[in-house]
Structure formats: structure tokens, C-alpha cells
Write a protein that binds this ligand. Sequence first.
Ligand SMILES: Cc1cc2nc3c(=O)[nH]c(=O)nc-3n(C[C@H](O)[C@H](O)[C@H](O)COP(=O)(O)O)c2cc1C
Ligand code: SF4
Ligand code: SF4
Length: 241
Amino acid sequence: MPNNEKIFPKIDVLIYLSYTFNSKKVALFCNQFLNYKLIEASKVDLNIKYNNVLLVYPIHSQDIPKNLYNLLKNIKCNKMIVIATYGRIKHGNSLFKLRYKFIMPLIGACYFPTKHSYLKNDKFEPNYDDLIPLLNAFNNEDSKFIDIKKSKSTLGHNFFPKLRAQLSIKIVLDKNKCISCNLCGINCSNKAIKNGVINSNCIRCLKCICNCPNNALDYKMNKILKAYLKNQRHNQIELYY
Ligand SMILES: Cc1cc2nc3c(=O)[nH]c(=O)nc-3n(C[C@H](O)[C@H](O)[C@H](O)COP(=O)(O)O)c2cc1C
Ligand code: SF4
Ligand code: SF4
């Protein structure tokens, strides 16, 4: 039997999935500390067995975004720390799912409160330094695989989340500003937009809006979502290590 660790050098990586930059900011902070190779989730080579992996991703509808499933099903590594960013409404149970459904070798994990993607005037500033004790788990030779307690999710959070997002948010294109560069299409992980025109694959992640070079895209929320987003904020980081 070939020994993978002899074939591949010990590679440590910092993988991030980010649509509206919150998780990317967390990844960039962690990278100053760890100095691992920084890779966007869709570009990860899944034929390699990695050593340490730090994974940063956002919570969508109190769950793991579907765009991460292929990576979670196929990635091989020795130790993993996961940071799930969320907009301080409710984080659901995604770390538990990651640990026990995808069977990730977690030595540390955290729910990290951030600005909410949908709130334009959210002034919240995360305290990135809170993450340092978690990142230190990679330096501890005796780190053990952790247990994650099951958290409560809101009933119905997984009931057609894409459809619910589509019904509550409208993406608007200003044709006068659009220069037909299709950067929105190139950046969309769901093949849901071409030259500013949305199709039914759209999950309302807002990545296209954040990456449009001419501010030609914007969004409008319905009253129900606006009211929901006024829910009490959870500003405390939850750490497991
Ligand atoms: C489609 C979608 C669903 C979301 N669902 C939740 C949620 O259930 N609970 C929550 O607190 N924040 C939720 N958020 C907010 C994001 O989790 C949060 O802003 C995150 O930091 C975004 O990361 P990103 O900027 O790297 O994409 C959601 C955002 C989007 C776009
Ligand atoms: S990125 Fe903006 S300007 Fe370019 S095609 Fe899309 S909407 Fe138009
Ligand atoms: S078209 Fe929809 S799915 Fe694609 S980047 Fe824009 S908001 Fe996200």
C-alpha cells in the first residue's frame, strides 16, 4: 500500500468560501497568523491529501452552503479547523453536520458573528483576535478531535431555502450602468446570471452585486425579510477546541 504522506509533501492550506467578503476577511486575518496557502473553495485540488486545513465559510439558511458539498465529500486531510461566519441571526447546526455527517477530522471549530450580507447599514465589526486561541490548536501536538453539541435550528429553515430567498429578494439591474462585461456571470458559482440577467438557479448570495465593476446590480428585500432581519443579534463567538 502506498503511503500518501510519502507521496505528497505535508501541505497546509487555508480554504475559504465567500460571497460578500465577510468570510474572506476572516480568512485573510487567519492567514497573517498561519501563513498557509490561501485557496478559494472551488479551486482546491481534491486529489491531494492535505495536512492541516483551515476552512472558512458562511452560514446560509442556518446550514452549510450547497456550493461546499463537493469539497466536503472529497477532501482528505489530517486535521481541520472550521470557522463558520454568520450574520448574527441564527447559525443552526452546520458544525455538527460537518463533524458527524461529513466526518471531518475537526480539532477546532467556531461560529463567528459578522455583518449580515443583506444588511447594507450593518456597522458590526468582528473581533478577529478572538480567533487566535482557536488557530493555536494547530500548534498543539496533542490536539484531539472535538465533539460538537447539537444546536437548535428554526423549524422549516431547510424548507426550499432557494425559493424562499428568491421570493424575498429581488436583484435589480441598471441597464444604463451595465457594460456587458459578464464579470457577474464569471463570478457566480451557480451559473445563475449572464450580463446582469438572472435565471432561476440564483440563490441570492449577492456575490454578483459585490463584484460588479460598475455598480450596475442592486437588490431589494420584501417586508417579511426586512422584519426578520431585525431579530435580536447574537454577537458572541462560540468556540470549540
Ligand atoms: C443566502 C444567505 C443566507 C443567510 N442565512 C443566514 C442565517 O441563516 N443566519 C445568519 O445569522 N446569517 C445568515 N446569512 C448571513 C451570512 O451568514 C453572513 O453575513 C456571512 O458572514 C456571509 O459571508 P460572506 O460575506 O463570506 O459570504 C445569510 C446570508 C445569505 C447570503
Ligand atoms: S458585472 Fe455588472 S457591468 Fe458587468 S455584465 Fe454584470 S451587471 Fe453588467
Ligand atoms: S446570480 Fe444569484 S447565485 Fe449568482 S452570484 Fe448573483 S446572487 Fe449569487
